[in-house]
Design a binder for this molecule. Structure first.
Ligand SMILES: Cc1ncc(COP(=O)(O)O)c(C=O)c1O
Length: 429
């Protein structure tokens, strides 16, 4: 099939709910490159929204999946399944502090969050979830209810019980402060006000949050943020669920994004890259929470299917075989190069991120920080013409998202920076 045929067939038969960035129909991917139907090669800085951290067509993942698919695709979890048990053991070993030792498997990030939410509510007998503005947790009902971006919720309420607090977006502090820690972590203080004024801390089962807001604009909280948050949550016996669907799986130079903050969550969710693009949702939690759950309490027919679990074990092997450290090093280098671009191009208001979780916040004016939404969309299109794939994000759509496969080569970083430079230069003219 040619690209134009894929486009016309899609336009005819696919739901209007699909939003296509541009007329691109990928045929295959290798490492950090994706090829179009016509054979054109693109450097991939988006990894299908962070779903192939160990690289497209990773040979060891393919081998693991092939070998499993000849034996068994999947069967019901009412039997004992070796592939599930083996993956659960590996996940316990790599969990933050080795403290989360129990796992439940589903098919997606949304479901991993649904599972986490029902789990903490069951255990705590409390009705509410606390979430952050600008967050993203998926499109199933409770995950969407906890999503902090109104554009995807308009008209769909009333929602499941959630209270929201301002997010730690220091570049454009929602509380108007100029810097952290000078603000005294005002957003955490405000959180306690939310408890006291809205539903009471005793009504909140858990806080659900990404370690770094991905979709909301590649926002990295200040270094002591989660320590401050944890102190407050502990005061009210509120559990902490960390959504690692996008920031996790080695992307930030550590296995999990939360590991940058010196805090161990009670529940961790992941999906996307954990099985390198095969459907898998993971909810991993402390053993102490397990005591209040009943056998049969949750069930997912295809969740934790054999192919996804086999892929995930191979992914963990690859990540632990040096790829996490490489992500950290490549990210440091890439970020330095982007900061050099910022010196040259005033449209770049902020360069942020950790490891290969990077964002460029484009602004119309550095003083006002007014989001440059149209310019960001134009930049993405221009980069596509230059054979580089990037994502867009942020509530205002002005953040360039850089989340490549972690195998991204140094040569490709340099090539991309050159294309960025040329694309930004073309914008001045
Ligand atoms: C942080 C985060 N949580 C949850 C989800 C939802 O995952 P899924 O689309 O697999 O349901 C996403 C998807 O983009 C995400 O980025």
């Amino acid at each position: 099939m040619k690209t134009k045929d894929v486009v016309s067939l899609s336009d005819q038969y696919l739901s209007r709910m699909y939003k296509h960035s541009f007329a691109f129909a990928p045929e295959r991917g290798v490492d950090d490159m994706v090829y179009s139907k016509e054979g054109a090669k693109y450097i991939d800085l988006y990894a299908g929204v962070s779903i192939v951290n160990v690289g497209w067509s990773n040979r060891n993942v393919v081998k693991a999946v092939e070998s499993q698919m000849r034996k068994l695709f999947h069967t019901t979890s009412t039997y004992y399944l070796d592939y599930m048990a083996l993956l659960a053991k590996r996940l316990a070993e790599v969990s933050p502090g080795g403290a989360l030792t129990k796992s439940f498997f589903t098919n997606s990030g949304s479901e991993s969050n649904e599972t986490a939410i029902s789990l903490v509510k069951r255990v705590s007998k409390r009705p509410y979830i606390l979430a952050l503005h600008r967050s993203f947790h998926g499109r199933t009902f409770y995950a969407m209810s906890a999503l902090g971006q109104a554009m995807w919720k308009t008209g769909l309420g009333p929602f499941a019980p959630v209270v929201f607090a301002p997010d730690p977006f220091c570049y454009r502090c929602p509380l108007g402060h100029k810097g952290c820690p000078e603000c005294g972590y005002a957003c955490v203080e405000y959180m306690e006000d939310v408890f006291r004024c809205e539903v009471g801390g005793e009504s909140i089962a858990a806080m659900l949050t990404e370690p770094m807001l991905a979709n909301g604009g590649m926002v990295v909280p200040p270094s002591d943020y989660f320590k401050e948050v944890k102190r407050l949550l502990d005061k009210y016996n509120i559990l902490l669920i960390i959504d690692e669907v996008q920031a996790g799986n080695g992307r930030t130079g550590k296995m999990w994004g939360i590991e940058h903050f010196g805090v161990v969550p009670d529940v961790l969710t992941t999906s996307k890259a954990i099985a390198n693009g095969l459907p898998l949702g993971v909810t991993t939690y402390r053993e102490s929470l397990d005591e209040d759950l009943r056998p049969g309490e949750n069930y997912s027919t295809l969740g934790g299917n054999a192919l996804s679990c086999a892929a995930a074990v191979a992914v963990l092997d690859e990540l632990q075989g040096g790829l996490i450290a490489k992500a950290g090093e490549s990210g440091d280098y890439f970020k330095r190069r982007l900061e050099q671009l910022k010196d040259k191009h005033p449209i770049i208001g902020d360069v942020r991120g950790v490891g290969l979780f990077l964002g460029l916040d484009l602004v119309k004016d550095r003083a006002t920080k007014e989001p440059a939404k149209e310019a960001a969309a134009k930049f993405q299109q221009d980069l596509f013409r230059r054979k580089v794939l990037v994502g867009l994000g942020g509530l205002d759509g002005n953040v360039i998202r850089i989340e490549p496969p972690l195998v991204l080569s140094r040569e490709h970083i340099d090539a991309c920076v050159e294309e960025f430079d040329a694309a930004f230069s073309a914008m001045h003219h």
